[in-house]
Design a protein around this ligand. Sequence first.
Ligand SMILES: *[C@@H]1O[C@H](CO)[C@@H](O)[C@H](O)[C@H]1NC(C)=O
Ligand SMILES: *[C@@H]1O[C@H](CO)[C@@H](O)[C@H](O)[C@H]1NC(C)=O
Ligand SMILES: *[C@@H]1O[C@H](CO)[C@@H](O)[C@H](O)[C@H]1NC(C)=O
Length: 197
Amino acid sequence: MAFVNLILFNIFLVSVNCELPRINGLKLSFMEPIGVYVEWNTVPYKSMPLIKGYKVKLWSIEEQTTRNFKLLNGDQYPGLQRNDIAQEPFSIEHISKNNVSVITNSNAYYNMARIFMSIDNLYEIRVNTFNATAEGPMTDPIRVKIVKSVTEYTMSPKVVKPRPIYKALGLRRIDSCGVSIITNSSDGEPFIHNSYL
Ligand SMILES: *[C@@H]1O[C@H](CO)[C@@H](O)[C@H](O)[C@H]1NC(C)=O
Ligand SMILES: *[C@@H]1O[C@H](CO)[C@@H](O)[C@H](O)[C@H]1NC(C)=O
Ligand SMILES: *[C@@H]1O[C@H](CO)[C@@H](O)[C@H](O)[C@H]1NC(C)=O
């Protein structure tokens, strides 16, 4: 009788603890050639037996692009201005209907992934845990985009020198956003690329 009680008690414990855990600390950083290194906190040690691993999901988000010339740099000469505007709402509730690519890490200790992206494409990234039958709640989304200065460059006939290459990584989170510039030069010609992630 004591034996049976013990088993029931164990089943009860498992069933109250089986919610798949949420992931915290999602971070993205620039990766060569074009992409991001994605990292998050592993789930707490006691939750590890509940999960088989992590899924990193990547959606490509559509944008609308407009271009126009504008006087830049103290009105010296016209520069190209380009505007990209995301065509899908950015929120915790919205899940893009676009096809999703999934990277599966079948190991609860393996808390990173490398994502190769196309330049100038906007992506949304979320991560969750999974077990054999279910998936845990997704992290809040992060939007990310990398742009590069080489293909479209403002012409200035007076200046002839090696073209510096600029790459900019734009990130948008639910509560913040930011841009990092990666370049091999400290000067360049004006080019404005507005991206509304
Ligand atoms: C997976 O997790 C869900 C709930 O989060 C749970 O109901 C289910 O029993 C788990 N499946 C396995 C095989 O552990
Ligand atoms: C999305 O996936 C579906 C089914 O796998 C496929 O038929 C469709 O062509 C895909 N669409 C794009 C834009 O890749
Ligand atoms: C920056 O790198 C590109 C390609 O790697 C090269 O063509 C260019 O000359 C470099 N610019 C400078 C200023 O070093």
